[in-house]
Design a protein around this ligand. Structure first.
Ligand SMILES: [Zn+2]
Length: 134
């Protein structure tokens, strides 16, 4: 599966991740999503209300607002972005939530080596996506 991102979106996410380091940064990704491809057209940065270096949690009101706005613009929920003060691979907590969130894409940025990687849970197995930046 391919995840399409714009270079300005990647810059925005890296900047946010650098700013919050070592606290995990988080954002919601909206756009279009199907079985083969996801395209992000809107990135909404979200505060991590846990202010944690190992977990993130999005404020429920901000979460609801972002979903309502995206729906009004005819956008689908693509997935979550968050950063790790560690390599860009899903943690045990991430895997737990990936199971709950079905088709959602999980884009992770490493605050230690700058790596950016995307994953999705498919039939109980973690699949790494190919990221295309234009
Ligand atoms: Zn994580």
């Amino acid at each position: 599966m391919i995840l399409n991102l714009k270079s300005r979106q990647v810059r925005l996410l890296r900047k946010e991740s650098d700013k919050t380091r070592p606290i995990e940064a988080c954002a919601l990704l909206f756009g279009k999503l199907n079985e083969k491809e996801a395209a992000v057209t809107r990135v909404v940065l979200m505060p991590n209300i846990l202010q944690s270096t190992i977990r993130f949690e999005i404020d429920p009101q901000a979460f609801y607002k972002a979903f309502t706005q995206a729906h009004a613009r005819d956008m689908e929920f693509v997935g979550f972005f968050h950063s790790h003060p560690a390599p860009a691979t899903p943690s045990a907590v991430d895997l737990h939530y990936m199971k709950l969130w079905g088709d959602a894409v999980w884009l992770i940025h490493s605050q230690t080596d700058g790596g950016l990687a995307a994953f999705r849970m498919k039939a109980g197995r973690v699949q790494e996506l190919t990221i295309k930046v234009e």
